[in-house]
Design a protein around this ligand. Structure first.
Ligand code: ADP
Ligand code: ZN
Length: 734
């Protein structure tokens, strides 16, 4: 698939060109250029069997067959051709993650309707006028259109989006408030004002902003770590880099973890630049996706705020990528093309001479290592903006409390909460466990209810009145009797989830106003937003939350954070457990004391002597990273060595095992590059959705040509139907 240098930019009518499609084929296909010719990189529609499929002109045709049989490109789409840098990016990601090119093209064209012919009837909002007779339903139609800023819908899409019948929309047409036209127009986004003044920066912020502006102005590749505790004003600083990028007429991309893509952030952006940026994440509607994709390609979108897949949008002139909360685990895609968006952002930027800003309070060890090696620059914001300071941290040694098995809040933590309430301040009780209880056990026979399809326990969700598998999402009603022994009324919860914690809080603080923040409890993003607004206004005494509260939100009156189980993340054999726990605890603690009032964080733990817990309490970040780096270096694992996981999965364990064993026996290609093989062994989750999973782990030295060896190796086995092989480079757990 590599670009050959002798390729032309343009192919005249009848010339043979090679086209990459998103179909699962193992090669490109040759077609004849249509009337008027076609540019290299053009997105086209080509016949494939009886179908028409989307493709991209990759270069000159390869030939080698009867040319009179070559079919013709059926249409050249009215979108900007793929730039060479994008093509190069897709090829490099494919090579790095061992992903077939068609899957890469699918990632790069994740906008619906790119092939829709013009002439489809679409509905638009005309002006901001109101119809003479306003009804609830009509208002919903107009609100929907307004919400999407001038976007068009088909009749059916609009009816669905506004939750009305098509007749309501038809009834609105004569009023002129909406129109139906048949040329789809994808409107550009409102221009952002690059010169609008930002907040007045502190001296430290000013210096950091100056350095980032210079990095952007250089219009050359660079990566900078912007490090500072939550609330230190990092966002304010990188918005300056965005402004600089706009001044140079280049586009900017801000990546946020999905969970942090709040409207709070968008509002802040709008306040700064006078208009909203384009958005790209799982919550964006299909029509809006198409608009973003096209506008990014035409330069009609100057800034995109998005989740990791926004890296594959067809930017024409990308000058800056910000990866906020760069350490966040959700940047690692665990499905399909397995990539870490942080690393891919760096690659993307290096191909288009852009600057990268990695922002974090608790950088990943990978980034830390790159700073140490001099590959990334580092900027520090030492303290919080304004009078806010990091909270004091203390451990509560749970061994001395001897709490009954149904109680999870120690007396000392409860007293601290009471004190806050007397002062009219808020407390947050953090427990990173959704649901009521992680385990449901039968007191008669000891049976634990597990998922039928996964190697996982079913978690009781009292609010939903069901048991739920957190692996596959399957739910079932809570049974009366034990599914194993049949005895009734003896099923009991073991251990706490946030819902159970909320119950204890309600019992012990009957006069307190509580709010539970957990993703299961909100029907919509809007409901969650409303709850967060109420909390921020101070309407709540005690907040009980999962990691949903760990990031982003700013609760000025919150002065106490109580971590119910600080040991939770330290269990198991995962080598990244220490890093993750350290980051999460620092982040949660950072929720306290974000205004003048100093905060405190209390960590309930059974192992206060644990080195990770001690490092968290001491706030000795550099020390922690140094120790962690030394350990990883010794073990030869990332970022100081290379690893890959091969996951084989299928419905029949014996068949999957056979393939795994066969692979293990034919590891010559790995040995040639000095890589070690571990396994086969059951994968971290040995069964998901009825598929058994077996993992082989490969470890190699930093400079070893791992990808080549891996592809030579796995190519040797022919996979039986039903068995799937996934390659996970740099796995999250090892
Ligand atoms: P971070 O991204 O490091 O968590 P933010 O940029 O969100 O920090 O800043 C934290 C809070 O302080 C925000 O409410 C922000 O508006 C405010 N803030 C930061 N810098 C300034 C400044 N220079 N002037 C006024 N307010 C500021
Ligand atoms: Zn399941």
């Amino acid at each position: 698939y590599h670009i050959r240098m002798d390729e032309a930019d343009f192919y005249p009518e009848g010339a043979l060109v090679t086209v990459l499609t998103a179909e699962p084929l193992d090669r490109t296909l040759d077609y004849k250029a249509p009337e008027g010719g076609v540019e290299r990189g053009a997105f086209v529609e080509v016949p494939l069997g009886p179908r028409k499929v989307l493709g991209c002109v990759w270069g000159a045709g390869l030939g080698g067959f009867d040319l009179s049989k070559a079919r013709r490109i059926s249409a050249v789409l009215d979108v900007a051709p793929m730039r060479d840098e994008m093509r190069s990016f897709l090829e490099k990601v494919a090579a790095y993650t061992l992903t077939p090119m068609p899957a890469m093209l699918r990632l790069a064209t994740r906008a619906p309707g790119l092939m829709n012919p013009p002439g489809m009837r679409k509905i638009y909002r005309r002006g901001t006028g109101l119809p003479p007779r306003e009804t609830e339903a009509r208002k919903r139609v107009l609100d929907t259109l307004d919400d999407y800023g001038g976007l068009s819908f088909t009749l059916k899409e609009l009816a669905d989006a506004a939750d009305v019948t098509p007749s309501v929309i038809k009834g609105l047409l004569p009023s002129g408030a909406i129109v139906e036209e048949d040329t789809p127009r994808d409107l550009p986004y409102r221009r952002l004002d690059a010169d609008a003044p930002g907040k007045e920066l502190t001296e430290a912020q000013g210096e950091a902003a100056q350095a980032l502006r210079a990095a952007v102005a250089a219009q050359a590749y660079s990566t900078t770590l912007l490090k500072g505790v939550t609330g230190s004003g990092k966002t304010e600083v990188y918005l300056e880099a965005v402004a600089e990028c706009l001044k140079h007429g280049r586009q900017a991309l801000v990546l946020l973890p999905e969970i942090a893509l709040t409207s709070e952030f968008l509002t802040r952006f709008e306040d700064r630049f006078g208009a909203r940026p384009a958005e790209w994440h799982s919550g964006v509607t299909m029509t809006e996706r198409r608009r973003v994709w096209k506008m990014v390609g035409q330069g009609g979108a100057q800034v995109v705020i998005g989740a990791r897949s926004a890296l594959y949008l067809p930017f024409q002139n990308l000058g800056l990528i910000v990866v906020d909360e760069e350490h966040d685990g959700s940047y690692k895609q665990e499905d399909g093309v397995m990539y870490n968006a942080r690393d891919m952002a760096v690659l993307r930027a290096s191909l288009c001479s852009a600057a990268v800003v990695l922002a974090s309070a608790t950088p990943s060890l990978e980034t830390w290592a790159n700073v140490e090696a001099g590959k990334y620059k580092r900027l520090d914001l030492e303290s919080r903006y304004g009078p806010a300071v990091m909270p004091d941290m203390q451990a509560l040694d749970m061994r001395v409390d001897k709490l009954p098995a149904t109680q999870f809040i120690s007396e000392r933590l409860a007293n601290a909460v009471r004190m806050r309430m007397q002062k009219g301040e808020q407390s947050l009780l953090f427990l990173n466990r959704r649901g009521y209880a992680p385990v449901t056990i039968c007191r008669a026979c000891g049976f634990q209810i597990a998922c039928d399809h996964c190697d996982a326990r079913m978690v009781e969700h009292r609010f939903l009145k069901r048991l739920m598998c957190h692996q596959c999402g399957e739910t079932k009603p809570m049974p009366e009797a034990c599914p194993s022994c049949g005895v009734e009324g003896r099923l009991a919860p073991v251990g706490p989830g946030v819902e159970r914690l909320a119950e204890e809080v309600a019992e012990r603080f009957p006069e307190a106003k509580c709010a539970v923040l957990s993703s299961d409890l909100f029907a919509s993003a809007r409901a969650l937003k409303e709850q967060i607004r109420l909390i921020a206004e101070g309407d709540t005494d005690i907040i009980i939350g999962t990691q949903l509260v760990a990031k982003g939100h700013n609760f000025p009156n919150l002065t106490l954070v109580g971590v119910i189980d600080a040991d939770l993340g330290l269990q198991g054999s995962d080598l990244r457990a220490a890093e993750r726990t350290f980051q999460l605890m620092r982040q949660v603690a950072g929720r306290a004391g974000r205004s003048e009032k100093k905060g405190i964080a209390l960590l309930q733990t059974y192992q206060p002597e644990h080195p990770v817990i001690r490092a968290i309490l001491a706030g000795d970040e550099e020390g922690f990273w140094r120790a962690e780096a030394a350990e990883r270096k010794m073990a030869g694992v990332p970022p100081y060595g290379r690893m890959a996981g091969i996951i084989l999965s299928g419905p029949d364990l014996a068949v999957v095992s056979d393939v795994a064993n066969h692979l293990a026996r034919s590891a010559m290609p790995l040995q040639r590059v000095g890589a070690q093989l571990f396994g086969p062994a059951p994968a971290p989750i040995a069964r998901v959705r009825g598929r058994h999973r077996i993992r082989l782990l490969v470890k190699a030295e930093k400079g070893a040509p791992l990808q080549v060896a891996l592809s030579d190796w796995v190519r040797q086995v022919k996979l039986p139907n039903n068995v799937r092989l996934q390659i996970d480079i740099d796995p999250q757990s090892f």
